[in-house]
Write a protein that binds this ligand. Structure first.
Ligand code: GDP
Length: 197
């Protein structure tokens, strides 16, 4: 899919205030600093659509972007930032939970995972919870330019193995690098197919 327009629409901490659910929607989530803003900017083909965070854990809102005037790309808050206060962390949880449970036009939730790391407890916790909801998931392993092929394959294999102890089947998996512009075509093709079906 060619991106011809990408427009910031809204930024809310309340699911009820989000735009009317009248277009297919694709949301992106992950731990703070996983590379979510960079990925969104790469997908949009714009350098500053989503703000890359200087302070991890700062995005506490649900941000809607209208893409090609036909679908919403949603930037969700990061989860599991250790330095956020306890009450703020619970707030992230509640907002994310309500969004995933209530957003009727949510077509796919992309969970971003840092390809440099072995399976992380908070990512697995989130995946476990999200997997129990009705929304389809997909995984994006980010920052793949930062490690060698064999290290990447090792980390991927470890993730798959861990996930397959809990799930019978894995959701679609993408590899990305915002630095090297990798994964863009595959993710956008997936979105295009999902919209068409
Ligand atoms: P967010 O907090 O998940 O939105 O993460 P950001 O997009 O702000 O990225 C966090 C940091 O990782 C920034 O310093 C980015 O420059 C860096 N980063 C993000 N994606 C990549 C990538 O694909 N490759 C490399 N090498 N660095 C990345």
């Amino acid at each position: 899919m060619k991106i011809t327009s990408a427009e910031f629409i809204s930024s809310y901490a309340d699911v009820k205030k989000c735009p009317a659910p009248d277009l297919p929607e694709f949301a992106f989530i992950g731990r703070s600093n996983v590379g979510k803003s960079s990925l969104i900017n790469m997908l949009a083909g714009m350098r500053k659509l989503a703000k890359t965070s200087v302070t991890p854990g700062k995005t506490q809102t649900i941000n809607h972007f209208l893409m090609n005037k036909t679908w919403y790309l949603v930037d969700l808050p990061g989860y599991g930032y250790a330095s956020a206060s306890k009450s703020t962390r619970e707030g992230f949880g509640k907002m994310i939970e309500e969004y995933v449970k209530q957003r009727e036009n949510l077509n796919c939730l992309f969970v971003l995972l840092d390809s440099r790391l072995p399976p992380q407890a908070n990512d697995l916790d989130f995946i476990e919870w999200a997997g129990g909801q009705e929304v389809p998931l997909a995984f994006i392993f980010t920052k793949t330019d930062k490690l060698k092929q064999n290290e990447l394959q090792k980390n991927l294999a470890a993730y798959k193995k861990t996930l397959l102890t809990r799930w019978e089947e894995l959701p679609p998996i993408f590899l990305s690098s915002s630095e090297k512009k990798l994964g863009r075509d595959e993710i956008l093709a997936f979105v295009e197919t999902a919209i068409a079906n």
